[in-house]
Design a protein around this ligand. Structure first.
Ligand code: SF4
Length: 478
C-alpha cells in the first residue's frame, strides 16, 4: 500500500512521530512518503496525494488539528475514496468534529500499532473500508516496542527548521525524544488526558542512533522534546552522558518542570557539564492561586528558587507562560511582569509568552470538575475547543491588544523594549502605575534560544493561521 504521512505543524522542529510511523510502515512493507506541510514552502499536500492509497495526518497539538480540519475536507472533495487517519495527542479530540466518512481512525497515545492494524484492514478490504465504522483509540501500551528506525532523509534538511541562536550565531538543531508521556497531571495540559500520568521510555540505543544521524546531518545542538526530561532522570542522564562522550561539543536543551529542577537539583551541575544550553520550564503563572488551579505542583517562590539553582551552575531557564486564564486578576497580571523583571528574566522570555491565553480542548481535565466546567462553553467558531471569558472584561481586551501589537513590535524592537511596551500597556489599561524599571542589565544579555518560539497549550492567535489552506505563519518566530 502507498501511504502519505502528513505533518502539518510541529513547533518548528522535524516531525519525529511522523518519521517513526513512516519507519514502521516501511518495515511492514508499505511504500511511504512523509510530507512536512509547514516546511514545504509552496508545496501542495493535495497534489502529493495523487497515487496514494491512504493519508495519515499527524495532529500533536491544537494548531495542527485546526489545519487538519481544512485539509481533510479539501482531500475529501478531491479524493472522495481516499481513506484518512489522524494520529497524535489531539486526534481523539476530533471525535466530535464534523469529519468526512473516509476518516476511519483517530488514534492518540502509542499509535503505531493501531495505524498498522488500520492499514492492514485497508489492505484486506480495499477502499470498501473507507466509510465504514470509525475507530477512536487511546493506546497507553507503555511496553517498549521495537522502535522503528528513523530515516531523516525523508524530510527537508535541518537548515529548514528551528535552530539554536547563541549570541547572534545560529547552530543547526536536531529534535529527538528520550521519553513519551508524562507522570504529572497539570489540569490544562493535553498530555495526561491520553497518558494518565504514565511515560514510555525510548530505548537509549535508539535515541543515541537518532542523535548519530542528526549529527551526521550537521546538528550542533539537540532539543530533547520530552514533555518533561526529568520524568526519568537516570534514563535521561544515561543518554546525555553517552551523547557527550561521543560528541563533547554538542549542546542540548530540554524541558523540565520547576518541581523536578528542585527535586533533582544535585543533577544540575552535571547537566551543565554535559552541554546544557538552556532549560525550558513551564512556569505558566506567578499567582499561587492560578498555579493551584492549573495543578502545576509549584509556587511562585519555588520558581524564583529554580532560577537561582540553575543560574548557580550557569544554566539559564526559558520560562513558558500562561498569563490569561479565567482566574487571573488584573493585579496577578501586573505581578507577573514584575516577577519577570525582578528575577532578571526579561531576555529569557519570548515576548509571545505574555499573550498566551488558556486553551481548553475537548477532553481537557479542566472539564472534569463540575464547578470549573461551568466556566467554559462549547465554542461555536471552533469545534475543537471550549471558549471562556475573563470575569475582568479588560483582561480579554488587553490580551487581544497585546497579541495585535506583537508582530509590529517584533519587527522593530529588542526583547526588553517589547517587554517595556507590554508592561506599560498592561498597567495603563488595568489602571496601575507602571514602575520605571532599570533595563541596563538586559542590554548586553544574550540568552540562548531557539529561532522559533516554543508554546503549545495556547489558543492559536489569528496571526498563526492563514485561510483557506491554513498554513501556519512564521510571524511568531523570534
Ligand atoms: S504541563 Fe508538563 S509536567 Fe504538566 S502534565 Fe503537561 S507535560 Fe506533564
Amino acid at each position: 500500500m502507498k501511504v502519505l504521512v502528513a505533518s502539518l505543524y510541529e513547533l518548528g522542529h522535524q516531525p519525529l512521530s511522523s518519521l517513526a510511523l513512516a519507519g514502521a510502515l516501511a518495515s511492514a512493507g508499505h511504500e511511504t512518503e512523509v510530507f512536512d506541510y509547514d516546511r514545504a514552502g509552496s508545496g501542495d499536500v493535495l497534489s502529493s496525494l495523487q497515487g496514494h492509497d491512504a493519508l495519515v495526518i499527524s495532529v500533536p497539538m491544537h494548531t495542527a488539528s485546526a489545519i487538519a480540519l481544512g485539509l481533510i475536507q479539501s482531500a475529501y472533495a478531491q479524493h472522495p475514496e481516499l481513506p484518512v487517519a489522524l494520529f497524535g495527542l489531539y486526534a481523539v479530540n476530533l471525535a466530535e468534529a464534523d469529519l468526512p466518512p473516509t476518516v476511519g481512525l483517530l488514534a492518540s497515545g502509542e499509535t503505531i500499532s493501531d495505524i498498522l492494524d488500520w492499514i492492514d484492514g485497508l489492505c484486506r478490504t480495499g477502499a470498501e473500508s473507507a466509510g465504514g465504522p470509525r475507530s477512536v483509540t487511546r493506546n497507553r501500551e507503555m511496553r517498549a516496542l521495537e522502535p522503528p528506525a528513523l530515516d531523516r532523509s525523508l524530510l527537508p534538511p535541518l537548515s529548514a527548521y528551528a535552530k539554536l541562536s547563541v549570541g547572534g550565531v545560529e547552530r543547526l538543531t536536531g529534535y529527538t525524544e528520550a521519553t513519551r508521556g508524562c507522570m504529572h497531571s497539570c489540569s490544562h495540559c493535553p498530555v495526561p488526558t491520553v497518558y494518565q500520568g504514565r511515560i514510555r521510555i525510548n530505548k537509549p540505543e535508539w535515541v543515541l542512533a537518532d542523535i548519530d544521524q542528526l549529527v551526521s546531518m550537521g546538528a550542533a545542538h539537540i532539543t530533547f522534546g520530552d514533555p518533561d526530561f526529568f520524568n526519568a532522570p537516570p534514563h535521561s542522564m544515561r543518554i546525555l552522558k553517552a551523547m557527550h562522550a561521543t560528541y563533547p561539543d554538542l549542546t542540548f536543551d530540554a524541558t523540565i518542570k520547576v518541581e523536578h529542577l528542585l527535586e533533582h537539583s544535585h543533577l544540575l551541575p552535571e547537566l551543565a557539564e554535559l552541554g546544557c544550553a538552556f532549560i525550558v520550564s513551564a512556569f505558566e503563572h506567578t499567582s499561587d492561586e492560578v498555579l493551584e488551579r492549573l495543578r502545576k505542583g509549584h509556587t511562585r517562590s519555588q520558581m524564583a528558587e529554580a532560577v537561582r539553582v540553575c543560574r548557580a551552575v550557569g544554566i539559564e531557564l526559558r520560562p513558558s507562560l500562561l498569563p490569561f486564564t479565567p482566574w487571573t486578576t488584573p493585579a496577578d497580571l501586573v505581578g507577573l511582569f514584575e516577577f519577570v523583571q525582578d528575577q532578571e528574566l526579561i531576555s529569557n522570555v519570548d515576548p509571545i509568552q505574555f499573550t498566551i491565553r488558556l486553551l481548553v480542548p475537548a477532553g481537557s481535565l479542566l472539564l472534569e470538575d463540575p464547578q470549573t466546567r461551568a466556566l467554559f462553553a462549547r465554542s461555536h467558531e471552533d469545534a475543537l475547543s471550549y471558549s471562556w471569558k475573563s470575569p475582568w472584561q479588560e483582561l480579554d481586551g488587553l490580551q487581544r491588544a497585546l497579541a495585535d501589537h506583537l508582530p509590529g513590535w517584533l519587527e522593530s524592537l529588542e526583547t526588553w523594549e517589547i517587554f517595556d511596551q507590554m508592561y506599560r500597556l498592561t498597567c495603563s489599561r488595568l489602571g496601575f502605575v507602571a514602575k520605571d524599571f532599570d533595563y541596563s542589565a538586559e542590554l548586553d544579555r544574550s540568552v540562548p534560544k531557539l529561532t522559533e518560539s516554543w508554546f503549545c497549550c495556547a489558543e492559536p492567535a489569528e496571526t498563526m493561521i492563514i485561510a483557506p489552506v491554513q498554513l501556519p505563519r512564521r510571524a511568531v518566530a523570534l
